[in-house]
Design a protein around this ligand. Structure first.
Ligand code: HEM
Length: 147
C-alpha cells in the first residue's frame, strides 16, 4: 500500500494543492457573503438570495474541498512518514483549528439564513482574516519545515 502511494505521490500532492485552493477560496468567500446577508433585512427576499448562495457555496465548494484536502493530506502523510515530524504536528494543529473555524462559520451562516444575526458585521470582517493567517503559517511550515 505504502509503495503504491509513493508511486503516485506527486499526483496526491497535486490533488491536495488543487483542493487546498478551492477550500481556501470558499473560506475567503463565506464571510464576505455573510457581510452582505447581514445587511439584508431578516425574512427579506435579499436575505433568502444570500442564504441560497451561501448554501450552494457550502455544498458545492467548501465541504467537498475540505474533505478532499484531508483525504489527500493524510495519504501524503502516511506515504512520506510525516506523522513522525515536528513541522507536521504543528501543521496538524493548525488544520484542525482551521477545520473548526470552517464548522463554526458554516453554523453561523445557517443561523443567519434563519434570520438570526449571531455575529456583528465588524466581527465578520475581523474573522475574515483567519484563513489568510492560517494559510501563511501552514505554507511556511510545509515548505521551510523549521523543525
Ligand atoms: C487538512 C489537513 C491537511 C493535511 C493532513 C496535510 C498534509 C500534507 C502533507 C503530508 C504534505 C506533504 C509535505 C511534504 O512532505 O513535503 C502536504 C503538502 C502541502 N500542503 Fe498540506 N495538509 C493539509 C492541509 C493543508 C492546508 C489547509 C494547506 C494550505 C493552506 C496546505 C498546504 C500544503 C502545501 C503548500 C503543500 C506542498 C508543500 C511542498 O511540496 O513543499 N495543506 N500537506
Amino acid at each position: 500500500m505504502q509503495d503504491f502511494l509513493l508511486m503516485i505521490y506527486y499526483w496526491l500532492k497535486a490533488g491536495h494543492l488543487i483542493f487546498v485552493i478551492f477550500w481556501m477560496a470558499g473560506l475567503f468567500m463565506l464571510p464576505r457573503q455573510m457581510v452582505y446577508m447581514h445587511d439584508s433585512a431578516p425574512g427579506s427576499a435579499e436575505e433568502a438570495l444570500w442564504a441560497k448562495r451561501s448554501g450552494l457555496l457550502r455544498k458545492v465548494i467548501l465541504t467537498p474541498s475540505m474533505i478532499a484536502v484531508w483525504v489527500f493530506g493524510l495519504l501524503l502523510a502516511y506515504s512520506s512518514g510525516a506523522f513522525a515530524q515536528g513541522w507536521f504536528h504543528a501543521k496538524l494543529l493548525l488544520v484542525i483549528l482551521l477545520s473548526g473555524y470552517h464548522g463554526w462559520m458554516v453554523a453561523n451562516a445557517k443561523k443567519m439564513a434563519r434570520g438570526e444575526r449571531p455575529l456583528s458585521e465588524k466581527t465578520l470582517r475581523v474573522v475574515n482574516e483567519v484563513p489568510g493567517v492560517a494559510a501563511v503559517l501552514i505554507v511556511i511550515l510545509v515548505v521551510i519545515k523549521p523543525f
